[in-house]
Design a binder for this molecule. Structure first.
Ligand code: PFF
Length: 450
């Protein structure tokens, strides 16, 4: 059955695809700007802690459940449930997951469209089309719609090609490209004057701001967002894994790649800001904080590149191309979640499922663009700050409490007959059962009731 529904061809292919899902705008844009404004290296430590101590075990829960069921989240959570009630609740959770994955894609496609527009704007600058370049860099209805649609079309084209020829092949091409471009940009920026001040800000820990409750809930949200947890993305990728693959190792590799790229991106963004300062660009807000979020990416960095002549144009093309690639490999994993569900549960043909679901998501993006002020931030908060951690909690409950331990162990034994004696089996089951839910609930209740 597994082979008729698509399967990753190699470990490398899976690690590239799953880390392609994990590495996205969250790493290259979100993490460095949060670290910059929230205690530098101290934020880095909180983030690393949450990534390995909380996010990795939940990633493992999704991968193990997915590979066991070789099915989408709805049917997988049903399969591991011993009773009808838990089966139905699990199926509902799986459905909530694909709705949230689709909603994340509605805003993600808009932002990714901006990245593509900015990349093209630098190319237009290079060949002297300044008016066109200005149009591409200006927030406007047509620019936003056209590039959101272009990005969705790319995402849909890859998903239509299926698991091996689409997701795996493209991730294998795009992820190494991303890494090379990122390393080259970091190398270049670090040689510029002013970069060392940015390094100091990035690496100097300020524990007071990094340990505030608001910050920890933000770091929790970003750890979940960064590893694409809760919504069934990793579960569905796990379901395309072969039974002989060593799950704790591939899960560890994916976490490592994700965290390393976030940390590496910090070595780009923070030093770049201080190079900008050195070149006369304003990098602080009126209150004295570092400019962050969209103003950083779409104003400060372009202004920096504008001071650097031809090297700046090339730097700008590289940066926005890199962001577009990172966004694309994440977006394909989001679209695969509802598409796999439609194929497996309703017998829809892949091509039709992609066309219908992709169009509905694009329509959702249009609605957000029509009510940008009120909807954009709201959809981000609902999906990433609340839904992802809560759905992650559900994954822990299903892996730790609902699924029978003997069946779970049998799954781990498929690739490692001595799994019962290993460290993973000694620690992880009780860890997802008690520790992860308690941490998630504690952070949540603290944030809600103070
Ligand atoms: N992990 C992606 C990022 O860091 O940008 C975002 C993401 C991908 C979230 C896939 C959720 C998802 F299902």
């Amino acid at each position: 059955m597994a082979s008729s529904r698509g399967e990753f061809g190699s470990r490398f292919g899976f690690v590239m695809a799953a880390s392609g899902s994990a590495v996205g705008l969250g790493n290259i844009w979100g993490f460095p700007t949060q670290a910059a404004t929230n205690g530098g290296a101290a934020f880095l430590l909180v983030y690393l802690f949450l990534a390995f101590v909380l996010a990795y075990p939940i990633l493992m829960a999704e991968l193990v459940i997915g590979r066991h069921a070789h099915a989408n989240a709805v049917s997988a959570l049903r399969q591991i449930s011993p009773t009808r009630l838990t089966g139905n609740i699990g199926a509902l959770g799986g459905m909530a997951g694909f709705v949230i994955a689709s909603l994340i894609l509605t805003f993600y496609a808009i932002v990714a469209g901006w990245m593509m527009a900015f990349c093209l704007a630098s190319v237009a600058d290079l060949i002297g089309l300044t008016d066109f370049s200005r149009w591409l860099m200006t927030f406007g209805w047509w620019r936003n719609v056209v590039f959101m649609l272009a990005f969705m079309a790319l995402t849909m084209a890859i998903i239509t090609a299926g698991v091996r020829a689409g997701i795996e092949q493209w991730s294998q091409r795009l992820m190494p490209t991303l890494l090379i471009m990122l390393a080259a940009l970091v190398g270049y920026v670090l040689t510029q004057e002013g970069a060392s001040d940015g390094l100091k800000v990035y690496l100097m820990p300020d524990f007071r701001s990094a340990l505030s409750p608001q910050l920890i809930i933000a770091a929790l949200g970003s750890a979940f967002f960064s590893l694409s947890l809760g919504v069934g993305t990793m579960l569905i990728y796990g379901s395309y894994l072969k039974d002989d693959e060593n799950l704790p190792i591939v899960g560890g590799l994916v976490t490592l790649v994700d965290v390393s790229i976030a940390v590496l991106a910090g070595f780009l963004v923070l030093p770049a800001m201080y190079v900008a300062l050195h070149n006369g660009v304003e990098i602080f807000t009126e209150t004295g904080a570092l400019i962050s979020e969209d103003t950083l990416i779409f104003t400060v960095l372009p202004e920096l590149f504008a001071t650097m002549g031809i090297a700046g144009v090339l730097g700008s093309i590289t940066l926005f191309f890199l962001m577009s690639i990172a966004a694309l490999t994440s977006a394909i994993s989001m679209l695969e979640v509802p598409v796999a569900y439609a194929i497996e549960e309703h017998g829809t043909k892949r091509r039709n499922a992609v066309l219908i679901i992709g169009s509905l998501i694009a329509l959702g993006s249009v609605v957000i663009l029509l009510h940008f002020e009120s909807l954009f931030g709201l959809v981000i908060a609902i999906t990433t700050r609340y839904s992802q951690p809560l759905l992650g909690l559900m994954m822990c409950v299903y892996a730790g409490w609902v699924w029978r331990r003997d069946s779970l162990l049998r799954e781990l034994r498929k690739n490692d007959p001595s799994a019962a004696e290993g460290l993973f089996w000694k620690v992880w089951p009780w860890y997802v059962k008690f520790v992860c839910p308690v941490i998630i609930l504690a952070i949540f209740s603290h944030a809600t009731w103070g």
